[in-house]
Design a protein around this ligand. Structure first.
Ligand code: G6P
Length: 614
């Protein structure tokens, strides 16, 4: 994996392909490559490092081809080297292919191909699949469908996940894409057609996008395009306009997408909330849940499945939903849920949360839940994503594209939707109208309160300057602020590479306290409840061991001077929105901390925005 873009059109392929890769850079990668159809052969350029390196190298040897494929690779099989970089060419030079995903049985397939005399030049599973297609091609009689038939013979032999785009040297105006588990989208334009892993690759160049389903192939031939099943039956192509996303992916006046997305949160949350409250002002009305009211009213258990930041938002949901709706809630790492034989106790609802809607671990957890006959709902930001299509119902986050690898605005909207879900479920059960009304009011106040907190960004920058030499930090919070501690630590390590751990504040004394010394600061996220005195006692335990303490605390919580070195104050708010507000200074802290270290916050090392492998 990571980013794919293929071009077939009237003009030169070079510029749109390199531009497409640039637009996919946000997904994270460690090398990039491009291949052009040059009549009787393919030309190939591949570089480790940034797309810029590839662009410079391609510039020196410009191609006038109008058919090509390009890829940014995030290493799975084999090190970050030029030979492992995509596109891969079959040994006979007949095919070039780019691939996202993992071919799990590539070892067996490789053995078979080696026995046929095929030699490999990379360590990748992708080169194996490319050669398998070439092998079938060599065995087929000449004919119009030979290319597509070879693809159709090879793909069912591979186990695992793929999104591929492949070219054959004998077909100068055909590009084939195929999907199982890894997203692919066809872009239809007047001058050219595209196949990419993400519609942002062809924004401004294609008018409509058609998302492929698992098991589908897209065949672009000259100006024509069709989608078929693996067996060759025509499949339905539903086109979505792409213009709507073009402006949202521009950086504007900001230095990085992460900064832009942090400051976009008031608007993002307004969009998440808009039109989603009942007329009587006491409950939330989530359209995607309509038709499931009876099932929701009679639930015995909710299981959230998610990864990374999205899982932390689910953990916020766990505390809020249990409190508001009195339904038992569990939060599982999606990757664990999938293989765990969790008993099917009573009527369970599985809610999968994923910004991209394409995280493979999360999708597989949903598929497992469906196999067990459980109702599944999705919370996702990407319209038409696999998660949106595969769940029984769900809710869109509506925060616009999130480009920064470190998730920020998506977390806030996911936590907000969890609170709304808690409210809706609570009102279906025993939450009073008065309590419902107070929560609706709090949620409606959220965008303005977020603006207010973000306006104090300069104070956070100063705190980041003070603490930015630290190589180890602890983040501590209780109840719904415990996931915020986890998220604060995750954000910091993702983009600054400092070592940070999140813990429930009381857990400090059960181990992590051994780490405390003058070089290991602790960030306490203090709740505005009766528990705050206990958290302050934990802060004092740190201070007693000469550990620096930074507190993020509501205005009305008094903290003795001897318990803290620095305090960032938050407005006093309803508990349902407290985690969202408390997380904002931690986003900014991580952002400034990383910037002070001269790091590129949008492209942290080794990370990918959307992880489409297990
Ligand atoms: C990757 C990203 C994380 C993200 C996680 C889940 O690991 O680096 O930032 O939280 O995937 O992504 P999703 O799209 O499913 O929310």
């Amino acid at each position: 994996m990571c980013g794919i873009v293929g071009y077939l059109g009237k003009g030169y392929a070079q510029a749109p392909l390199i531009d497409g890769l640039r637009r996919l850079e946000y997904r994270g990668y460690d090398s990039a490559g491009v291949a052009f159809h040059e009549g009787n052969e393919f030309s190939l350029a591949r570089e480790t490092g940034r797309v810029k390196n590839l662009a410079d190298s391609v510039q020196k040897n410009s191609s006038s081809s109008s058919l090509g494929i390009a890829h940014t690779r995030w290493a799975t099989h084999g090190a970050v080297t030029v030979s492992n970089t995509h596109p891969h060419m079959s040994q006979d030079g007949k095919f070039v292919m780019v691939h996202n995903g993992v071919i799990e049985n590539y070892g067996i397939l490789k053995k078979f191909l080696v026995s046929k005399g095929i030699k490999f030049s990379s360590e990748t599973d992708s080169e194996v699949l490319c050669n398998l297609i070439a092998y079938h091609y060599s065995e087929l009689p000449t004919g119009e469908d030979r290319f597509i038939d070879a693809v159709r013979l090879a793909l069912p032999q591979s186990r695992g996940a793929y999104g591929i785009v492949i070219l054959c040297v004998d077909y100068s105006d055909t590009m084939i894409g195929a999907r199982r588990g890894s997203p692919l989208v066809v872009g239809l334009g007047e001058e050219a057609n595209f196949i990419a892993s993400d519609a942002s690759a062809f924004v401004g160049r294609a008018k409509e996008a058609v998302f492929l389903n698992d098991g589908e192939l897209s065949i672009i031939s000259g100006k024509n395009f069709r989608i078929t099943t693996m067996e060759g039956e025509e499949a339905k192509a539903v086109a979505h306009p792409v213009e709507q996303i073009s402006e949202e992916v521009e950086l504007g006046d900001f230095d990085s997408y992460m900064e832009k997305e942090i400051f976009e949160q008031p608007t993002a949350l307004e969009n998440t909330l808009r039109g989603r409250f009942g007329d009587d002002g006491t409950t939330a009305k989530l359209g995607g849940l309509e038709g499931h009211e009876d099932e929701l009213r009679n639930l015995d258990r909710i299981i959230f499945v998610a990864c990374g930041t999205a899982r932390h938002a689910c953990m916020v949901g766990e505390y809020l939903i249990e409190r508001l709706a009195r339904v038992p809630v569990e939060v599982e790492h999606a990757s664990e849920f999938r293989y765990r034989n969790s008993p099917k106790a009573g009527k369970s609802l599985v809610i999968a949360v994923s910004q991209s809607g394409e995280t493979l671990d999360t999708l597989e957890a949903v598929r497992e839940a469906k196999t067990k006959g459980l109702l599944t709902l999705g919370i996702t930001n990407v319209v038409g994503s696999s998660l949106a299509r595969e769940t029984d119902g769900g809710v869109y986050q509506r925060v616009g594209p999130e480009i920064g690898v470190a998730s920020t605005k998506a977390f806030s909207s996911q936590a907000c939707l969890c609170a709304m879900l808690g409210l809706a479920l609570g009102r279906m059960r025993d939450l009073s109208p008065t309590d419902g009304q107070a929560i609706v009011q709090a949620l409606n106040d959220l965008p303005d309160l977020v603006t207010k907190v973000l306006q104090q960004g300069e104070q956070i920058r100063e705190l980041a300057i003070k603490y930015s030499k630290a190589e180890h930090l602890l983040f501590l919070g209780r109840q719904s602020l415990y996931p915020v501690a986890l998220e604060g630590a995750l954000k910091l390590k993702e983009i600054s590479y400092a070592h940070a751990e999140g813990y429930p504040a009381a857990e400090l004394k059960h181990g992590p306290i051994a780490l405390i010394n003058p070089d290991c600061p602790s960030v306490f996220i203090v709740e505005g409840s009766s528990l705050s005195s206990k958290t302050i006692a934990n802060m004092q335990e740190v201070k007693a061991r000469k550990g620096p303490v930074l507190a993020i605390a509501p205005d009305n919580v008094e903290i003795p001077e001897e318990a803290v070195d620095d305090i960032f104050r938050l407005p006093v708010v309803h508990e349902v929105i407290r985690p969202i507000l408390a997380n904002l200074p931690l986003q900014l802290f991580a952002y400034h901390f990383a910037r002070l270290r001269g790091l590129d916050v949008d492209k942290p090392r080794n990370l990918a925005k959307s992880v489409t492998v297990e």
